[in-house]
Design a protein around this ligand. Sequence first.
Ligand code: GSH
Length: 246
Amino acid sequence: MAVKLYVIPGSHPSKAAELMLEHKGIPFKRVDLVTAMHKPSLKLLGFSGTTVPAMKADGRKVQGSREISRALDEIKPEPALLSSDAVREAERWGDDELQPIPRRLAWWALVHLSGKERTEAARLSLKGYRVGMPIGVASRTVLPIAKVAARYNNSTDEAVQADLRALPGKIDRVDALLAEGVIGGDLWNAADFQIATSVRLLLAYEDLEPYIEGRPAAEHARRVVPQYNAAFPKVFPAEWLPSRAA
Ligand SMILES: N[C@@H](CCC(=O)N[C@@H](CS)C(=O)NCC(=O)O)C(=O)O
């Protein structure tokens, strides 16, 4: 079976799809698209939507991390990614309610970091990806792309403030799913990959360490996603950060 996975650098749902393919033991070729340009590229490749991850498996086109987990279970049923209704619901929650947060924060951060910090953050996120130009050049010229991506991802001050306020509750929910055994079991499922990749990206923000470090969610994210190239120095106004529970 010939499988191609289309991604953009630093995309956490793309990382989830990569990890699910590896978990299934399905060989695949990763195709790196250029952020913002990936929308027309995906159209040219015949996909109907504009987001990654997108996958072609023997000509069949599948777009979206949740659609990909279903397709992978069809292609190779064992080990099952969607093993119960609880897993399906946790995966849905991870996709709809958790995944957008680190994405909105990332584009806001890239726009608001100082020039030197932005270049460093972009250089790390681009590490290991092919973007059609030297990574040093791409990372020095990331600002216009970050501004466009911030716009289409609704990375406004208001949305980012709401995301930061919601964060402790989201991490509580991940810890609860771990305590209930829906995720974090011996055999990882689609919700493990969906949720851990988002928490892994949240762990990249120095500002957010106090809310995540030392929690079961952090340990789980590092176990499921051992390698993730991202780091954002302090960037959010202190008054936007939620007060910490005692
Ligand atoms: N929630 C969907 C969408 C993922 C998504 O929004 N991906 C981002 C990159 S992390 C993207 O392709 N954005 C481009 C766009 O919104 O058009 C999934 O898990 O597949």
